[in-house]
Design a protein around this ligand. Sequence first.
Ligand SMILES: NC(=O)c1ccc[n+]([C@@H]2O[C@H](COP(=O)([O-])OP(=O)(O)OC[C@H]3O[C@@H](n4cnc5c(N)ncnc54)[C@H](OP(=O)(O)O)[C@@H]3O)[C@@H](O)[C@H]2O)c1
Length: 321
Amino acid sequence: MARKDVLWVDQKSLSKDLSGKVYIVTGANSGVGLETTRQLIKQGGHVVMACRRVDAAKAVAVEFDHLAGSYEVLHLDLADLASVEAFAERFLKKYDRLDGLDCNAGMVSMENTVQRTKDGLEVTMGISYFGHFLLTERLIEILKKTPSSRMVILSSVVHAGSPKNRYDIHFDDLNYEKRQFNNFAAYGEAKVASVLYALELADRLKDHDVTTASVHPGWARSNFGGNGWMMKLMRVLLAPVYPFITNSNLESAQTSLHCLLSDDALNHSGEYFSQQSVLYRDKECRKGGWPMTSPNPNARDLDKAKKLVEKSYSVVGLKMA
Ligand SMILES: NC(=O)c1ccc[n+]([C@@H]2O[C@H](COP(=O)([O-])OP(=O)(O)OC[C@H]3O[C@@H](n4cnc5c(N)ncnc54)[C@H](OP(=O)(O)O)[C@@H]3O)[C@@H](O)[C@H]2O)c1
């Protein structure tokens, strides 16, 4: 069912010829990433689908075989820093440009016990933020040398929290080693980190032709949250209103596509872009905005963003340039 309040990418951006351009979409086999990938290939682009389940990605990618552009599926497990390194190495060996890096993959744990990546990081932060951080840092030079390149990272409305409880970065315990674990707080914090990273990167790359953005895609009817009892119960309870408060995956891909393709996004590097969302606790944010001001002051703080990036270098084992 088409919703009247959805923000749609303009036709000029959707009719750009992307032949010769190369994109990476993480989590390209499902939901928002799948629809973002489809549109880029439709317009003639080449998309490297960076997925942890290569067979599943290849199975859905056959839908793209008749489109104007092309694709390649490469393995990437963001919960394993060695896999991120291996992906970056393979990509850099084969490609000499990167027009858009779409850091789309993410997860929320439905369990309230802490889970860890191969490197011992809390898994929500490990996948959504640290994995994408290492990936982006390893690809920064190729982004810099590609004219008008873009980096987009998926955040969420959840990063905003509420006026009484704004999520923040806990520098003394980024990975829930000391604090009581809360799965939704972990998700909120990972998505604050994503907004801050886009902000810091824009500042660091201001003398280069690279534009960054963080994105809330809307409430997507994707595979997000899995198919456990909690998600099933939520869908049953919300069934009468579900189509009116959620978005199709195509609708949810619009904000990422706007940031990857529109001319206007070039004027707003580092900013936060949001689809409309009933989930904002701050009513004035609900209509979204390309871009809009995050209601969470912790996600607008450049000093905090710089501190996070400095700390992230040591977490992923990189030296700062
Ligand atoms: N759905 C929403 O309402 C919503 C709202 C706000 C923000 N977001 C954000 O939007 C992004 C896309 O989510 P979606 O709604 O499209 O969900 P989705 O359908 O569950 O897709 C998530 C993608 O991330 C991939 N992924 C998960 N863990 C990974 C890992 N360790 N390594 C590599 N890839 C991994 C998944 O791979 P598998 O298929 O192998 O699991 C899948 O391809 C996420 O960052 C999410 O946080 C979603």
